[in-house]
Design a protein around this ligand. Structure first.
Ligand code: FE2
Ligand code: FE2
Length: 202
């Protein structure tokens, strides 16, 4: 089972001074902005963009599947642990549904690195390292997990809209089923945070 491969608890980092690297004089000049030229293999039609986006989220779901066991291992609250464990099983289903989508399109399932998910998972790893195990780390894990869920909700919402316009009915059904599970997971995380964690983390 996937959860057995989870890494051991991550030790908390020593507190360091706040790093602020914000350039106070960074002004955005709209005059300097230029139109970005398209790459050679750029999507020409909505169908191409749809397929590219499927490859992106396919990579993202698989990366998430590798990261979730570490999040679960580092959580201490039982409801949070259970929520993550259940979402590991759901995420396996999300990967399978995407494979069904590729099949419905007559394409081979292909993953393309999703920089957004990579960033979210890197941030999740940092939050774990920067918090002591217990209620505070749990609150950090929920925050990181909800950012991931919101990203997935946005992505599946867009993909479902594309599938509708493209009249890819089988894909649409799969995408909507996953979208529903992502929303439920997000709601559950909010509930766990509201009722059990945020007060303890203070
Ligand atoms: Fe997912
Ligand atoms: Fe998810």
């Amino acid at each position: 089972m996937e959860t057995k491969t989870a890494t051991k608890k991550t030790p908390a980092k020593k507190p360091t001074s706040a790093k602020t690297n914000v350039k106070s004089n960074a002004k955005t000049s709209t005059k300097a902005a230029t139109k970005t030229p398209a790459k050679k293999n750029a999507a020409k039609e909505l169908k191409d963009l749809f397929e590219d986006s499927l490859k992106d989220i396919y990579w993202a779901e698989k990366a998430l599947l590798k990261a979730l066991p570490t999040m679960m291992k580092n959580a201490t609250h039982e409801k949070l642990k259970t929520a993550i464990e259940n979402h590991i099983t759901e995420t396996e289903g999300h990967v399978e549904r995407l494979e069904e989508c590729f099949k419905a399109l007559g394409k081979k399932a292909q993953a393309k690195k999703c920089d957004a998910m990579q960033g979210l998972l890197d941030e999740g790893k940092s939050i774990i390292e920067e918090t002591e195990p217990g209620a505070v780390r749990d609150a950090g894990i929920i925050a990181a997990a909800q950012k991931v869920e919101h990203y997935e909700i946005a992505t599946y919402g867009t993909l479902a809209a594309f599938a509708k316009v493209l009249e890819e009915k089988d894909c649409l059904q799969h995408l909507l089923s996953t979208l529903e599970e992502e929303k439920k997971c997000d709601e559950l995380l909010t509930k766990v945070a509201d009722t059990n964690l945020n007060s303890k983390a203070l």
